[in-house]
Design a protein around this ligand. Structure first.
Ligand code: ADP
Ligand code: MG
Length: 416
């Protein structure tokens, strides 16, 4: 009975940090860095508790689940949390004395931590089921290494290896359950965010379509009169003022156009579109823009990628994203535009630049109305683009690194 109690205790040490983190910090703490720090501290406490109250089998055989906090901390937190948690394990194990167990701990960490770190980068990009497989695989690898070293240090006898084998099975089962739990919590959170966003967008689109029309008409009148005022014989100063006024009016008009295209009621005029052909058209449209900006546009486009969408909207969305990519490279560079089919039934359009990039906070704000870091930006381009992609039942993913570049991945459901 005590063994079962001990196992349950170990599981509790892992459940508690998960719930504390996802209930109190995941949504409330906005700064990514602070979230990672809190996560590391929670997993650190979990490790210490797991190691302090192990499941004890007979003599000397200690069984604990510290690999689970270590793995979750590294996979969801990154390099530094991984390093911190490993150091914690080694230091805390050291306080128990230097014996075979300590060397085993040290060797296992040396051989498994680099592997976990290596997969950590791709972990963030994977889908749920692949994440689960990866985490379970890594846990299996960690335990297998532990088992091997224990065999080497103590000899490969049934007596010595029975406990590590039980450990391995137990860890794999527990990690599978917990990663499913974490992924489910994250999915619910994501869904809630999307709901909030779509509600926000709906309200904005209703308001803007009403206001935009009312403002545009008087503006057109003002522009007309300004042009009439601009007669020969005026002083240069006055001509300049008139020109400036017209330019500013045109800019406001551009903003209103963006808004209108966003607020337009979505009549369902979607049709079968060959994405490659549309991409080629977009490339032709944007060509002059790239030349002025000293940017090279490289394409790699698959044929026969069919989707169901609205041509104008798709083009508008692509142009918005391409323009941002070009504008992110003030000193010129290369923009890659590729399109291919994925195995799971999507057409994947990839737009990648080597520009100024964005921080995590900036990526999170992307798509919010009027969010712009440019002097003369409108902050509407991405909002419109996101809405368009969603209206095609598509998905958009953004990967960006400050000063390295940005990658936009648009996934649209493929049709035959
Ligand atoms: P605008 O281009 O008018 O500023 P957008 O909605 O198109 O508005 O973009 C919002 C902001 O997102 C931009 O001001 C910029 O800071 C950031 N952004 C968008 N795309 C990129 C990119 N490819 N590289 C770096 N920053 C980008
Ligand atoms: Mg833009």
């Amino acid at each position: 009975m005590t063994i079962i109690k001990d196992f349950l205790l170990q599981i509790t040490f892992i459940v508690i940090p998960i719930f504390i983190y996802y209930t109190f910090t995941y949504e409330r703490v906005k700064c990514e860095r602070n979230r990672v720090v809190i996560m590391s501290v929670l997993w650190g406490i979990s490790i210490i508790l797991c190691m302090s109250f192990p499941v004890v089998f007979g003599q000397n055989a200690r069984l604990e689940l510290r690999v689970i906090p270590l793995l979750f901390g590294t996979l969801y937190g990154g390099f530094w949390p991984g390093l911190f948690l490993s150091a914690l394990i080694i230091l805390y194990r050291l306080s128990f004395g230097v014996d075979i167990g300590f060397y085993n701990t040290l060797l296992v960490l040396i051989f498994s931590l680099p592997v976990i770190m290596f997969f950590q980068k791709s972990f963030a990009r994977l889908k749920k089921d692949k994440r689960v497989k990866l985490a379970v695989g890594l846990a299996f690898y960690y335990c297998l290494i532990g088992l091997t070293f224990l065999g080497i240090l103590r000899g490969f006898s049934i007596d010595h290896l029975i406990v590590p084998v039980i450990h391995l099975i137990f860890v794999v089962i527990v990690i599978w359950c917990f990663i499913m739990l974490i992924e489910a919590i994250r999915e619910i959170h994501q869904l809630r965010l999307e709901m909030q966003n779509s509600e926000k967008l709906r309200v904005i689109s209703e308001l803007t379509s009403v206001f935009a029309h009312e403002i545009r008409n008087p503006m057109q009148v003002v522009r007309g009169f300004l042009q009439l005022l601009n007669e020969p014989g005026l002083s240069d100063k006055k001509k300049e003022y008139i020109q400036l006024s017209i330019e500013e009016l045109d800019r406001s008009n551009q903003i209103i156009n963006d808004l209108l295209s966003f607020g337009k009621p979505t009549i369902n005029n979607n049709e079968r579109i060959e994405v490659g052909y549309q991409l080629q058209r977009v490339v032709n449209i944007i060509q002059s823009y790239t030349q002025n900006a000293n940017v090279m546009l490289k394409t790699d486009i698959f044929d026969n990628c069919w989707i169901y969408a609205n041509i104008q909207k798709l083009n508008q969305c692509l142009i918005n994203i391409l323009k941002n990519a070009i504008e992110s490279m003030p000193n010129g560079g290369v923009v890659w535009l590729t399109c291919n089919r994925t195995d799971d039934g999507y057409i994947k359009i990839n737009i990648k630049d080597e520009g100024i990039g964005m921080t995590k906070e900036q990526i999170d704000r992307l798509g919010s109305p009027y969010y712009s870091l440019k002097e003369s930006g409108t902050g509407l381009g991405m909002m419109v683009s996101y809405q368009i992609i969603h209206s095609f039942n598509g998905k958009i993913q953004v990967y960006s690194e400050k000063d390295k570049g940005t990658e936009f991945i648009i996934l649209l459901p493929q049709i035959m």
